[in-house]
Ligand binder design. Sequence first.
Ligand SMILES: [Zn+2]
Length: 81
Amino acid sequence: MSRARIRLHCPKCKSKSFELYEAFEEIEIREVVDGWLPKERLDHEAGGRLSVSCRCSNCDHKWQLRAAGLAALDVAEENLN
Ligand SMILES: [Zn+2]
């Protein structure tokens, strides 16, 4: 298992154990030919990150990551590679 230290903790109880929920934009692609919309999608593409929220494993507190939290997540992600 590859893992990296992440500098985040629960703002309520300071626990460093939590679930991370990352929401991403998903783009579905359909080809309209001569004005006909097909039911079938040709492909899916992952879009940008929409939001990240967390749920504390210790006290169940839920919070959303803002700029500083997202930066900490990005740093940890880079350290995974
Ligand atoms: Zn907590």
